[in-house]
Ligand binder design. Structure first.
Ligand code: UD1
Length: 429
């Protein structure tokens, strides 16, 4: 198993190209199931999750062709996927595949909308707490689907097609909003989605669906209106920049100090996180090329942050911020409201010398003078990258084990950081 070795203490300076968003790429690939024509996606990141979803879609009969590199393409240029779901050969998504990536449950919506039925395994447990699918099922029922749960599978049927309806989410859910949008696009009549997720990835998926012929209005706000159409066609779409990758490197730069330009990304995708970084003492500026993050040697200031749906502070940056605050001068408080149990990084950060006290959903972080390198292990994607951030400021060597978590969501992390002067390498085997 690969590991990452980091020797802390070096400032970061240079440019980091930001990849396309994983959390937009996955639903966009799934949206290909809605049409028998080809969907072309540009700026797709090279990630283990993308490869896995390709396999999952392959099981339904979807062909994915990856465009080759063109002359002049940079090392970090995203890939182009040509995805064709001309023939759907199987409407079952088996446990062995769905259990490896939760988002693959979302295939239920396009399969049901286009084929009139879908049989998808319940995703099962997850390292960051219980993540139910009750609201996704509720949304499909509101559009006329009949649902049965049998042997760990959700069987959804709508033999005469879906029909528009009103979906009111009692809680903001990104996956629920994606599935509602995809299903409503091919339903007969109008659907109104209330309390929809406003995450930029929802807007990106809606843009792509509209290019495919859907009629969606209001994506990006909490009320989305969809006028169903009889069929959708092919389209070409560029995946938006990854705001979580952007925020992660912004925190890395703030942690290590230095001067880093995050290329091909936009501040409005993560304004709340950038505001927190400014409060903590980083200098953030928007340029034509991206976002510049600077920090001189002055001490970091503590912050109080509560995670919330967009435009609030994202739960996917909570672990990274906690790493940063381990070195602040004073006591910070971070409250996690989206996922229970999303604090597995705490005990690993403690191995590096962090002082963190957990009380329910709130972590109190007492900044320390120094962190010290140690072997650590990560249990999920965002937790593992928080250990890398801590290691950048720790004295001596840190070895991060179980790097496969990182590879699920961060493209060439060690190369991007090494390019800015970090002492970081991958140890293979
Ligand atoms: C997506 C993101 C994930 C991010 C999360 C919150 C992708 C691939 N993943 O996950 O990185 O951390 O949004 O921004 O885009 N809930 C229910 N019932 C449901 C569905 C959700 O109770 O049927 C709850 C969840 O337990 C959680 C909250 O709603 O407490 C939000 O979850 P949701 O927004 O659905 O997360 P995902 O779409 O799974």
């Amino acid at each position: 198993m690969d590991r990452i070795r980091i020797v802390g203490g070096r400032p970061l300076s240079g440019r980091i190209p930001i990849s396309g968003a994983k959390n937009a790429t996955l639903p966009l690939m799934i949206a290909s199931l809605l049409t028998n024509e080809t969907l072309i996606l540009d700026n797709v990141p090279r990630l283990a999750d993308v490869a896995l979803l390709q396999r999952i879609l392959g099981n339904h009969g979807v062909d994915v062709m990856i465009g080759g590199k063109r002359p002049g393409d940079g090392a970090y240029q995203g890939q182009t996927l040509h995805i064709s779901a001309a023939d759907i050969v199987d409407t079952t998504a088996p446990y062995e595949l769905v259990s490896r990536m939760r988002a693959s449950f979302w295939v239920i919506a396009p399969l049901l909308a286009r084929m009139g039925e879908a049989r998808v395994s319940m995703p099962g447990g997850c390292a960051i707490g219980t993540r139910p699918v009750d609201l996704l099922i509720m949304a499909l029922e509101r559009l006329g689907a009949s649902i049965e749960i049998d042997g760990g599978y959700v069987l959804a049927r709508a033999p005469n097609g879906l029909r528009g309806g009103e979906i009111v989410f009692p809680k903001v859910t990104v996956g629920g909003t994606h599935t509602a949008l995809m299903a409503a696009s091919l339903a007969r009549g109008m659907t109104v989605i209330e309390n929809a997720a406003r995450e930029p990835e929802v807007g990106d998926v809606a843009d792509c669906l509209n290019k495919m012929g859907a009629r969606i209005e209001g994506a990006g706000s909490s009320r989305i209106v969809v006028e169903g159409v009889a069929r959708l066609g092919g389209a070409r779409h560029t995946v938006l920049p990854d705001r979580i990758e952007t925020g992660t490197y912004a925190m890395a730069a703030a942690m290590a100090s230095g001067d880093v330009l995050l290329e091909n990304t936009r501040p409005e995708l993560l304004q709340s996180a950038l505001d927190v970084l400014t409060q903590a003492g980083a200098r953030i500026s928007a340029t034509n090329e991206g976002i510049r993050v600077q920090r001189d040697g002055a001490a970091l200031r503590p912050v109080e942050v509560t995670t919330a749906p967009f435009p609030g502070f994202p739960t996917d940056l909570q672990a990274q911020l906690m790493s940063l605050m381990t070195r602040a001068q004073g006591t910070s408080r971070i409250t996690e409201t989206i996922f229970e149990n999303r604090f597995m990084h705490v005990q690993e950060l403690a191995r590096l010398g962090a002082r963190i006290h957990l009380d329910g959903e709130t972590a109190t972080i007492e900044g320390v003078e120094r962190l010290k390198g140690a072997p650590v292990m990560a249990t999920d994607l965002r937790a593992s990258v928080s250990l890398v951030i801590a290691a950048l400021a720790a004295e001596g060597e840190t070895i991060v084990n179980r790097v496969y978590h990182l590879d699920r969501g961060f493209e060439r992390l060690e190369q991007k950081l090494a390019g800015c002067g970090a002492e970081i390498e991958r140890l293979t085997g």
